[in-house]
Design a protein around this ligand. Structure first.
Ligand code: SF4
Length: 416
């Protein structure tokens, strides 16, 4: 989400005639886009912001802007703490900087924040719903990004069309809870309606969406993933904990059994679907047995990717007010390691089955002297070729696999 916000603001600055600086020392404008989902992310943002103070003192004309989740609805405390910051912007609110620069640089800024205009990547993000209404007990997002607000279908389709004209081939529709898209819009709109609409955009090759919540993944969404040719068979469905009591205290709203049933349903309806997940170990009061329920879920479901994190208290959340972060840090680290080791084995096995297979890859660019792209299941694939360019769809034969990426060779001539 932050990456998408940065791209959109970057695009607006580009429209104003500004160009990126290679170093923050040379920059006339510095925008710090902050993530505060974890306390150490906020500490890092504060450290970076503090380090900018001397250069602002040296050059008072330098503009420093702070954006993202660190800027909540009320900025007065931040203004006192960081008086050298010129502009504070809550998530998705770019206008304060655009207006400030418009006044300072005397540029006509009308219409500067809209769809991306700077050359976007082959694969890019489109935020479709902002905020979250769920209030999981460990999470700060609803307090910082506010309640759910969906963008309308026409606006998103138009943005997609504009992006495709600029060379984009793949979009990822973004939301903190993307499956609840549309519930606040008139006319019974949901994510599957949007997927149908975006699937019609000519020239677009692939569609993905992030992040799903098990309680909002309606059958119509699963059917859209199965039925629409551009929607990739790839779902990120966080389960967070495998133990029902921990799920209850996390306020996730589903049980271990319900989650497993949903996974079974998705796998029955969508052939070759890849499923990734997010989980937390060491949440308040988590016992060895409760942790082993999480480990069991990882072993049983066999996810394609697991984003795991050790719990840390986030001030302002329900858990910080009502629960005790009582699992020893060493134990948390051990549990994390156990999950990561297990997952590495699982994904090594899943990926090994792809050896010798032909995979359709969207070429994204070059890295470490090789071309790279992803298959429909979001697996990273490296390969060599002299005759291709970014944005092409090619067939690659997988020759080598590892838990982290695949390597292959061109199987078919690229499309002209
Ligand atoms: S659904 Fe996700 S973003 Fe919303 S409160 Fe829960 S963890 Fe946070």
């Amino acid at each position: 989400m932050n990456k998408a916000d940065s791209e959109r603001l970057g695009s607006a600055l580009d429209q104003m005639g500004l160009v990126p600086s290679l170093s923050k020392d040379d920059a006339d404008i510095i925008v710090l886009n902050t993530c505060v989902v974890r306390q150490n992310a906020e500490d890092k943002a504060v450290g970076t912001l503090t380090s900018l103070k001397p250069s602002k003192e040296l050059n008072p004309d330098k503009v420093i802007a702070l954006m993202g989740c660190m800027v909540g609805p009320n900025t007065s405390a931040l203004e006192k703490r960081f008086p050298y910051v010129d502009v504070f912007m809550a998530p998705q609110q770019y206008d304060p900087l655009i207006d400030y620069l418009g006044e300072k640089l005397q540029i006509d800024t009308a219409g500067c924040v809209g769809p991306l205009t700077a050359a976007p990547a082959i694969s890019t993000y489109i935020p479709i719903i902002h905020g979250c209404d769920k209030f999981c007990s460990f999470c700060i997002i609803p307090y910082r990004r506010g309640r759910e607000t969906s963008r309308n279908v026409e606006e998103i389709v138009h943005e997609t069309e504009m992006l495709v004209k600029r060379g984009v081939k793949e979009i990822t529709l973004l939301g903190q809870n993307v499956d609840s898209y549309g519930h606040d819009l008139a006319g019974n709109v949901n994510l599957s309606n949007l997927l149908f609409a975006v699937n019609e955009v000519a020239g677009l090759e692939r569609i993905r969406f992030l992040t799903s919540h098990p309680n909002d993944m309606e059958d119509s969404i699963i059917e859209a993933v199965n039925g629409l040719d551009k929607v990739c068979e790839n779902i990120n469905l966080p389960f967070q904990a495998g133990d029902n009591e921990i799920l209850r205290t996390m306020r996730r709203g589903y049980t271990n059994e319900e989650y497993r049933r949903l996974i079974d349903k998705i796998r029955q309806k969508v052939a070759n679907v890849s499923i990734s997940t997010d989980l937390i170990v060491g949440f308040c009061g988590e016992t060895d047995q409760q942790f082993s329920n999480t480990l069991e879920m990882v072993k049983d479901v066999k996810f394609d990717k697991v984003h795991s994190a050790a719990y840390s208290t986030r001030e302002g959340t329900i858990a910080s007010r009502k629960m005790v972060d009582d699992v020893d840090e060493t134990v948390k680290k051990e549990r994390l390691q156990i999950i990561n080791d297990e997952q590495e084995k699982i994904v090594a096995g899943i990926n090994a089955e792809l050896k010798g297979e032909i995979q359709e890859i969207l070429v994204e660019g070059r890295k470490k002297g090789k071309w790279f792209g992803r298959n429909r299941n979001d697996k990273l694939v490296f390969f060599d070729s002299e005759n291709i360019k970014s944005g092409q769809m090619i067939d690659v034969k997988i020759n080598e696999t590892s838990p982290w990426y695949l390597e292959g060779s061109i199987h078919s001539e690229p499309e002209k």
